[in-house]
Design a protein around this ligand. Sequence first.
Ligand code: DX5
Ligand code: ZN
Length: 229
Amino acid sequence: MTFRIAPSILSANFAKLGEEVANVIASGADWIHFDVMDNHYVPNLTIGPLVCEAIRPCTTAPIDVHLMVKPVDRIVPDFAKAGANIITFHPEASEHIDRTLGLIRDSGCQAGLVFNPATPLMWMDHVMDKLDVVLLMSVNPGFGGQSFIPGTLDKLREARAKIDAYEQKSGRRILLEVDGGVKADNIAEIARAGADTFVAGSAVFGAGKDSDPQRYNSVIGKLRDALAA
Ligand code: DX5
Ligand code: ZN
């Protein structure tokens, strides 16, 4: 199993965002997770396409844009132009889920659906052919630094079973990503429940002292060691 670690720049130092992005990738991360909040669909306001465009030259790693915005469709082309590689959105925020997934794929990006803790997985059932990623929220969206909701483990097993059945039938791969409260002490259990891609914000960017240039290396190493154990 190949595991991907996707640090969420929500917890990075925004005054040095380009350096933070380059550092975390040089320290062994696989993707940059980019949280977009609109103070409407979620109660917080973060970053948009201009910031995505600004960090694009800082890394060749995939930028994984997690849209917590409503409406969804009109912002999709802007993120595609800004260099996003993966765009995921919440089914509750889109009027036409199938259409939004098509729009993302037509813009040249990989597409995914994001499930809040209380959102049932049935939303994926009729759009599997258009999914590249399924993202399960293990906290309620809006803020970094919250605790992992344990019920996510059962939901991950349920999502894993649906994805495995689909992969066997279609031969197409769908990634299973988890977002919220992922740390070195729970990542192994989350992986055993079926996740292959792990967002970690506060665990990565909150690690160590600013003065320690090895801090990201060390925390990403700990996450990988836990996955390998
Ligand atoms: C929450 C965001 C997450 C968040 C994760 O709405 O989608 O990506 O930054 O942060 P941690 O890892 O601190 O829970
Ligand atoms: Zn996120």
